[in-house]
Design a protein around this ligand. Structure first.
Ligand SMILES: Cc1ncc(COP(=O)(O)O)c(C=O)c1O
Length: 340
């Protein structure tokens, strides 16, 4: 077995680009820059060609897609039309920050509490945005189960459920996924998790999102949108999935298998292999546990930074080799079991 090089970075580095995708980007700029109207403003809902291409990928009507520069940009547009916001926890805090900047009284709740709250009397005024991430919620990899979908179907039509699908390519294989419900749900996502945080391209999709277009005061340039359209038409998603998603799933499998061997506990949420996990730790804070691991050359996130309610660490498998994942699992497993 190859020895993992130290340090091992499980703190979630940016996705990188495969050579074939870089070559496509070069071809794309050459192709797009030859178009005479490339520096004209983009239509407010987004370039038609991009919405058609994305629509085919996301199984969505192109007329019900609004192009954004990412999930946080989408959160800003959605927040401005909401009366109140209920946001999941634990969570990536970037969306909380954007939504809270418009709604300082935003509430953060577990999925179970969101469920109860949306049925309570004070939710009855309508206009409440209920924000969830699925599949593979960051940081714990949770994915909505069938019974939660039934709850979503029962949410008051005057409220708006928003599903953050930024990790959609890290979810179950399509044949094992619960079929998408159309209904009143809006979905928002971006290419940040496939192509890096600077990808600068996202969407909101679902019935009625075209009405949000006027509320979005800035959007990716026409040149940028057409370049991304070119990449997506030429198979970029598959390139990124092969380069980033498949290795992350393999590292997740290596990590969870080794951790189960050392601790006897299966940490896979619902038996799935998400690109990250939230592990409960026996120290007073997750940060304390993370600092101890850092001293051994293993870098992890702490649950506090993801609004986790109890001490925990977040381990992320993007850009991590299987050998490194196994090595980290062994060290973390020993520490979780109270060893040195
Ligand atoms: C759940 C979640 N949503 C959104 C983002 C960021 O997406 P964007 O760069 O498109 O705003 C992240 C980044 O870590 C994330 O974890």
């Amino acid at each position: 077995m190859t020895r993992a090089a130290l340090p091992v970075d499980l703190s979630g580095p940016q996705a990188s680009w495969p050579g074939a995708a870089l070559r496509l980007w070069r071809d794309a700029t050459e192709h797009v820059l030859a178009q005479p109207d490339v520096w004209h403003p983009a239509p407010i809902q987004g370039e038609r060609c991009l919405r058609v291409t994305l629509g085919a990928i996301l199984h969505e009507d192109p007329d019900q897609i609004l192009i954004t520069s990412g999930v946080r940009a989408a959160a800003s547009v959605i927040a401005r039309g909401a009366r109140a916001v209920l946001h999941e926890r634990p969570s990536f805090t970037g969306t909380v920050a954007v939504l809270r900047s418009v709604h300082p009284d935003l509430e953060i709740l577990s999925w179970a509490d969101l469920l109860a709250k949306s049925r309570s009397a004070d939710a009855a005024a309508g206009g409440t945005v209920i924000w969830l991430t699925t599949p593979c919620r960051n940081p714990d990899g949770a994915t909505l189960a069938r019974d939660v979908w039934e709850w979503i179907d029962a949410v008051d039509p005057a409220d708006q459920v928003v599903l953050n699908e930024v990790y959609r390519w890290f979810g179950l294989a399509p044949e094992r996924q619960v079929p998408e419900r159309q209904g009143r749900v809006w979905r928002t996502g971006s290419l940040s998790k496939l192509a890096g945080g600077g990808a600068g391209l996202g969407w909101i999709r679902g019935r009625g999102v075209e009405n949000l277009a006027e509320r979005q005061h800035s959007r990716p340039s026409r040149c940028w949108q057409r370049c991304w359209c070119y990449l997506l038409e030429h198979g970029a998603i598959e390139l990124f999935v092969d380069h980033t998603v498949r290795p992350a799933v393999a590292a997740s499998r290596a990590f969870t298998t080794e951790l189960r061997r050392v601790t006897g506990i299966d940490h896979r949420p619902g038996g799935r292999l998400p690109p990250f996990l939230l592990l409960p730790v026996p120290t007073a804070t997750g940060r304390e546990f993370a600092d101890r691991l850092r001293a051994e050359g293993i870098h992890v996130g702490s649950g506090e930074d993801f609004l986790a309610p109890t001490p925990s660490i977040r381990v992320c498998f993007v850009n991590v080799s299987e050998a490194a994942a196994r090595h980290a699992a062994r060290r973390i497993g020993v520490r979780l079991a109270g060893g040195p």
